[in-house]
Design a protein. Structure first.
Length: 199
């Protein structure tokens, strides 16, 4: 992690010669996996530190770091060295991944709060933890719901609408809205519990 001690004004390694970074950028854009490895060695400590400071969780910071470089690699064709340094481009990607994680946490907290509000004490056997794995699972399960239930759940959690507001917008009986949410939450709760108790 020697690169951490060589952070310039833009938060990245400013000690390397411009021509070296330019050559590295070209190799990276051409799909040179060794260039990706060098980029990761040089700049992953800085990305990790940036994520850790914002998220306050080592696991999430590690996940953001990995996803940043995966995103950079898969979208390398879009990188334009004339518009930004490679290091600056990586930081921009990392900031988006960090923002995604904060949004993820908020949505999971909303799901947990709604579950606790609508479920009985006996149903709350295991309280899900807010992590990226849960978010992927929740998103996947929402897509599997029937159309009406999926619409109701998205309006409840992503648009933050009340049950009455959903009923009014959809022209649906309030009891039907509540039934959709309750059944969907029970399904999500079961899936989250299975995930967290699995070895």
């Amino acid at each position: 992690m020697t690169g951490v001690g060589m952070i310039g004004g833009d938060g990245m390694d400013s000690a390397s010669p411009p021509d070296r970074e330019a050559a590295l950028s070209i190799r990276f854009g051409q799909g040179d996996e060794r260039a990706l490895e060098e980029i990761y060695r040089r700049w992953s400590p800085v990305i990790y530190t940036l994520a850790l400071r914002s998220l306050g969780d080592r696991s999430d910071a590690e996940d953001v770091t990995q996803r940043t470089f995966v995103s950079a690699w898969t979208s390398r064709a879009s990188y334009d060295s004339e518009k930004a340094r490679l290091s600056t481009w990586l930081v921009a990607i990392a900031k988006r991944r960090i923002a995604d994680t904060h949004e993820t946490r908020a949505r999971i907290r909303t799901l947990q709060g709604e579950l606790q509000r609508t479920a009985t004490p006996d149903e709350l056997v295991v309280e899900p933890t807010a992590d990226l794995g849960d978010t992927i699972l929740v998103a996947s399960e929402l897509e599997r719901l029937e159309p009406d239930a999926r619409t109701v759940m998205r309006m409840a959690f992503f648009d933050d609408l009340t049950h009455q507001e959903i009923a009014t917008r959809l022209g649906m009986p309030l009891g039907t809205v509540k039934s959709h949410i309750r059944r969907s939450l029970t399904r999500l709760r079961t899936r989250l519990e299975v995930t967290h108790v699995a070895p």
